[in-house]
Every structure is written in C-alpha cells, then in structure tokens.
Design a protein around this ligand. Structure first.
Ligand SMILES: Cc1cc2nc3c(=O)[nH]c(=O)nc-3n(C[C@H](O)[C@H](O)[C@H](O)COP(=O)(O)OP(=O)(O)OC[C@H]3O[C@@H](n4cnc5c(N)ncnc54)[C@H](O)[C@@H]3O)c2cc1C
Length: 503
C-alpha cells in the first residue's frame, strides 16, 4: 500500500502557487506535511490578474488572512462590479454588480415584475434597483450588513489589487507557516517508468526536489500536467477568439472608482482597473482580426493618464486541460487552463481548484475516485464560466467590424443557446446546480446586452400596475438616499486600508 502524502511540491510562485501554498499550509497544518515551492525569478510570473470576485474574501478569511492588512499590502481598492461599455451597441453602458436587483412581491421574482413594467414603459433601468450599481456609479462605498431587512445586506464586494504584491504577501504568510521556497529553474522531471507518476523535479547540477504530490502552478507552460503527464488541452477559441493581450499601468487620473471597466473595442476589449497607487490597463484582442501593433496603438490612444512602463505583450489560448489532475499531479492556475479576464474569473478558478483539492485531499494513498471527482467538478466550473463569457460577445447588435460580425453570428455551445432562448422568451434563467455565476449575474448581462424578456410570469400581470410602479419608484428613491449618505470610496479606503505611497 502506498504511503500517506507527506511531501507536497508546488511548481510555480505566481498568484496560483502562493495562494496554494498559503491555503495548504493553513488547512493541512495538522498533518504536518512538508510543503516546498519552487519558483524561478529568471522565468518570472505572468504579472497580471488584478480584478477579483467577492469569493476571494471568504477564501482569504478561511486561510486566516486579515483583510485591512492584505488590502494595505496590495494597494487594493474595493470592487462592486464590472462596468461594460459599448458592448451591445456603441454608447451603451451597464454594470454587472455583485448583488441583487430589487425585491420580489406577492411571491413573484423582481425580474418578472420589472419585465412587465418595462414593457409598459412604467419603470427605469434595472440598474436603479441595485444598490451596488448605484453605489459604484456614485463613487461611494459602505460595508454590507447582515440584517436582511436592510438594503445594505443585498450586495458583496471584491478587491482590485496588485497581483505581484498579493503573491509577495502570500509568500510572507506561507513562509511564516513553514513553507520552504526553492529558487531555481526546473529543467527536467523524473517519472516512475511503470506508473508514470512524478518522482522528482530536477533543477540541474544534481539538485532534485522529491515529493508525493505535485501541484503544477507553472503557468501557461503547464510543465507537469501537460509536458510530463500529457493531459491534453480542450481548445475553446472557436467561441472565445481573443488570444492576445497588451498590459500597461498608468498613473491615477483621479480618485480610484470602486469598479473595473471593460470597454469594447474594434476586435476585443480594453480593461481599466484602478488601484490605490496606479491604474492597470490592458487590451484583449483576437490576432485573427487585429495585428499586435494596431492593438497597441488602439490601447495607447485610449489611456486616460500617462503610462508608467512599457507595454507588456501576452499570448494565450482559451480552453482547459482535458484533465486537471493526472496521477500525482494536480494543475492549478494558468497551468489548468485559461478563460480571458472579462469577468475576472481566473483567480476564482484558482480558489475553486484549491478548495476542491482540500475537500478531496487523500487521506491515504491516491484514489482514482477522488481524481475523477476533482476533474468533473473543475471541468464543470470551466464550462459554466465559458458560457457566461461567450454571452457577452454573442449577444451584441454591433456590426461595425469583422470581429463583432463574427462573434454575433457564430454558433455557441448548446447549453448557452438554450439559456438565451429561455431568457428572451420568458425571463427564465435556467439554474445551474454548480457554477460560479448566479441569477443576478445572468440578469445583469442579459439585460445589459439588450436581451429583454418578451414574456414574463403571468402572476406579474395579476399585481396592480399603479401600486407596483409606485413601489418600484420608492425602492429606487430609497437606494439613492442610502447611497447618498455613504462615504466616498476614497474616504472609505483612507479610513480602512490606506496603503503606503509608493515612490
Ligand atoms: C491578460 C491577462 C489578464 C488577466 N487578468 C486577470 C484578472 O483581472 N483577474 C483574474 O482573476 N485573473 C486574471 N488573469 C489571470 C491571472 O493572471 C492568473 O490566473 C494568475 O496570475 C495566476 O497565474 P499563475 O500563477 O498560474 O501563473 P504565472 O504567474 O505565470 O506563474 C508561473 C510560475 O511558475 C514558475 N515557473 C514556470 N516554469 C518554471 C520552471 N521550469 N522552473 C521553475 N519555476 C517555473 C514561474 O517562475 C512563476 O513563478 C489574467 C491573465 C491574463 C493573461
């Protein structure tokens, strides 16, 4: 019988590697496993990944991190959602908030009521009934409360932070918990000739690191899961054709806003992520429709403050590893796959990988059933995120470039096609049992992309029109008043987590 897992080796010290190290060293502390992380300064990290989702707060809490300390250390700002500009039509803008819309009445969901009033011209933007949208647009921030009677209980928040500083912070935490960091470049992998399992990673000059379980956080190269274990790659570029990015930081043009912006461009989109000490910007585009120099020019033309560094060009491919756990190698982070950063999902998928691994962590020898379950859960997570991202492109009315004509008319995964039809016809969001994005997220993007329900729950017709319209008007006024009384985002940061001014 194979022995218990005593030695865990993590290859890679980017966000994925250090998140994994910090989590494992906390969650598995009682097992007293040896945890080693190998990283190479010469290779470096991908160096992007600044916008997150609210789940990161719970992940950080679970692994024992202090929020204000972490936010100060990473120059973080609050994030209430993502603003999408020019996506369905040029001139459009909507925010996908981290929170709910309105309140149900008479047992009828808010969306159904809104759809009916919208058709009758008796309501305003659905965004006006979302506290985080109104807060984001006003540049204000207040912490959520638990009292379900308060509208302040209807939202959550995430961070916009410096990815390099986050990894550095997690390194300090992990090393404090006994994780051993090895600097060096892995040049070859020793595998058992019979089982194919990894036995050791070689750093050259006779240096080797041996382990029982290996976590591949080596980034796009996927050195262990793919090069050594041959996991293969499921390519989704037919649905997500963007395969390039150019990133560039700029100075802050004004106080940072509590949301990320994604502005549609001719053959992709541009991100803007405000931090305390700078703004992260980037252009994600499809090389089939735009060359690199034109993409860079388009990005530089649309910056709203002076650049602080030279542009950094990146290449990627949308898709996932066919298996994210093979033998004694588990892939986490970019090594497991990549879906473009439109909805800030990569760090979440890292968390999901770590959490699932912790839940299934072998008690004794490796068990094929645990491995199969890990692969099933992670593959489903990737599928769900993929569908949500594809919706942003496909549900557009834009006809002003070859790129938009392509994504508007392309075939989409059957699972998404069905979902769009159900929403358009009856305002129904088919519920996924698993998956990251819940009802309000789908509503935000459907309605924001001008997919408006043509019919609604007949019970909404039974509600008295005048009274219902007045109730929505009151709801809108109440949200506006609550927001008006909050701190500005800037003042909230200054009080809660002011970072050091960086030279
Ligand atoms: C353009 C772009 C924008 C993004 N924006 C977001 C965002 O807003 N939000 C979000 O959640 N995610 C975003 N992501 C994804 C996010 O950047 C990654 O998920 C995150 O940084 C994790 O990367 P990683 O640690 O897997 O890989 P990397 O950062 O590439 O780290 C790989 C590590 O492996 C090491 N390594 C590799 N090979 C070897 C070797 N042979 N020997 C030793 N060490 C080795 C490297 O030195 C490095 O330490 C974005 C990604 C891209 C491409």
């Amino acid at each position: 019988m194979a022995p218990q897992i005593r030695r865990i080796v993590i290859l890679g010290g980017g966000t994925a590697g250090w998140m994994t190290a910090a989590a494992i060293s906390h969650v598995l502390a009682a097992r007293k496993a040896d945890i080693t992380l190998i990283e190479s300064e010469e290779i470096g990290t991908v160096g992007v990944g600044e916008a997150t989702l609210p789940h990161i707060r719970f992940f950080n809490q679970r692994i024992g991190l202090d929020e204000p300390e972490l936010m100060r250390a990473t120059q973080a700002t609050m994030k209430l959602g993502i603003q999408f500009v020019d996506w369905a039509r040029k001139g459009d803008a909507y925010i996908h908030p981290f929170g709910d819309y309105g309140q149900p009445a008479g047992g009828v969901d808010f969306l159904q009521i809104w759809a009916r009033l919208h058709a009758a011209g008796r309501t305003s933007r659905i965004c006006d009934y979302s506290l985080p949208v109104v807060m984001a647009e006003a540049g204000r921030f207040g912490f959520p409360v638990e009292d379900p009677a308060s509208v302040m209980s209807t939202f959550s928040y995430a961070y916009q932070f410096d990815a390099g500083l986050y990894a550095r912070y997690l390194r300090r935490v992990s090393e404090g918990r006994g994780v051993v960091r090895v600097e060096g470049k892995v040049t070859s992998v020793r595998q058992n000739p019979e089982t194919g399992h990894v036995e050791a990673l070689s750093l050259g000059e006779g240096r080797e690191v041996e382990g029982d379980l290996y976590i591949d956080c080596s980034g796009f190269r996927a050195m262990l899961i793919d090069e050594a274990m041959g996991s293969g790659f499921e390519d989704w570029s037919r649905w997500l054709p963007c395969d390039r990015a150019i990133a560039i930081p700029t100075e802050n043009a004004g106080p940072p806003v509590p949301y990320t912006r994604a502005t549609a461009r001719t053959s992709g989109w541009q991100w803007r992520i405000p931090l305390q000490h700078r703004v992260g910007n980037g252009h994600v585009y499809s090389s089939a429709f735009l060359d690199d120099q034109s993409a860079e020019d388009e990005l530089l033309r649309h910056l709203d403050a002076p650049a602080m560094r030279q542009p950094n060009r990146l290449k990627f491919r949308a898709g996932q590893r066919r298996q994210q756990w093979v033998g004694n190698v588990v892939a986490i982070g970019l090594a497991s796959g990549f879906l473009e950063p439109l909805e800030s999902t990569s760090i979440h998928l890292i968390q999901q990988g770590i959490t699932t691994l912790m839940e299934l962590f072998p008690d004794g020898p490796l068990d094929a059933r645990d491995i199969a379950e890990f692969n099933r859960v992670m593959s489903l997570e990737y599928d769900r995120v993929r569908d949500f991202l594809v919706l942003h492109y496909h549900a557009t009315e834009r006809e002003d470039s070859e790129f938009w004509n392509h994504v508007r008319t392309m075939d989409v995964p059957g699972s998404l096609d069905e979902k769009i039809t159900m929403f358009r016809e009856r305002g129904i969001v088919m519920k996924y049992r698993d998956g990251l994005f819940l009802l309000p997220s789908w509503i935000a993007v459907f309605v924001g992309q001008r997919v408006i329900p043509r019919h609604w729950d007949p019970r909404a017709d039974a509600l008295p029109m005048e009274q219902t319209a007045e109730s929505l008007a009151r709801m809108k006024r109440h949200i506006a008043e609550v927001v008006e009384a909050l701190d500005t985002h800037d003042a909230a940061l200054a009080r809660y987590c002011p970072a050091e001014v960086m030279a």
